[in-house]
Design a binder for this molecule. Sequence first.
Ligand code: FAD
Ligand code: UDP
Length: 380
Amino acid sequence: MYNSVIIGAGYAGLILAERLATQRNQKVLIIEQRQHIGGNAYDHFTDEGILIHEYGPHIFHTRSKEVWDYLSQFTEWYHYEHHVKAMIDGKEVPLPFNLNSMDELFPKSLAERLQQKLVDFLGFNVKIPILKLREQDDEDLKFLADYVYEKVFLHYTLKQWGIGPEELDPTVTGRVPVYISRDDRYFQDRYQGLPLRGYTEMFKNMINHANISLMLNTHYKDVMTIESGKIELFGHPFTGDVIYTGKIDELFHYQYGELPYRSLRFEYDTFDQEYVQSVGQLNTPNSYDFTRKTEFKHLTGQKHPKTIIAREYPQEYVNGGNIPYYPIISYGNQEKYKQYKKLAEQLKNVHLVGRLAEYRYYDMDAVVAAALKLYKKLSK
Ligand code: FAD
Ligand code: UDP
């Protein structure tokens, strides 16, 4: 009686459910192992009534009008632009590291010389990944690159990933390039904001449709079998489409071994005052075991006499024990993923999409785009 089954109620799964139910009039079943929808973008109100992000700070930003317009059908926006500071040498300086950060950290004459060099060699309003900046021959730029590498990237990355910047794909540290600019915003995308009433409300609006059924607290294996040539739902053959947004290695019983992930643990502090941080996110690359502190009220714009801060402690991922937050993007891991991808391509009617299923370090907007692309492919 269902036309499609969707495994996972994160962005990827919910978008496919919404599209198939509303545009193709399909009967859709969503199976989700957690007790809520939204995946890692889930947010909720605490007992004090403060809106927090359960699985870490989520700031929406995109250059894609298509992605923005799609989500805007289900939410209004709080127009927030993310500001981050990093604690370096006892000072809170803007991140991405930029010309203003240099003013805060270096004596005036040194700052001016380095700024001039950056502009002369690389240009103004230019973003350069730290690993690229380290390749410069100029002595001043070498000094600057080593400084930023040591103070911003090395120890944060060791904490976050358990390995150094060179062992990761350069795109990972390249997400936060040195920015030769005076623009202190973390993202420069045209469209930025948070859903006005929260992500979870936006997701509820997406799947509020008679064609969509939702099973929470259910691992797909409790009700489905997915093997090559044999797909069953509730013990009966199922011939419709299956959208799978869980881990790709799990789908194939880890036959090539586990794809590595990094996990996190959060600790929360409530303060009896309106705000405690100057900005939404404070990174601590060189001190403490946590990487960053987020004060959610800056992100959500919520007015409340109290405030909550989350500290983020990276930790090993233990299969079955904690949450696979981040795929570890490196050469060897991508090779293993490709082996699984080959298996996935042989599974008829099963379509993989999302951060876990594609083993990609997707931001939210990229997942929305990937889900919409899959929907278009299915509609052909
Ligand atoms: P998920 O959100 O992981 O959803 C997958 C769902 O499938 C989960 O609900 C899971 O429980 C379910 N599932 C998995 N396996 C099974 C199974 N076997 N059976 C049943 N259900 C299953 N992006 C941004 O753009 N901006 C940010 O600021 C940002 N911050 C982030 C901060 C952190 C700490 C993290 C971890 C991610 C952040 N992201 C951010 C990325 C964002 O979370 C993802 O892009 C997005 O949530 C991915 O959606 P998804 O549907 O692919 O996966
Ligand atoms: N990074 C760092 N120091 C910082 C911020 C980021 O070394 O202060 C590196 C680190 O390796 C991190 C990556 O850049 O994992 C990407 O950072 P981003 O803020 O995009 O991480 P996310 O929000 O996805 O956790």
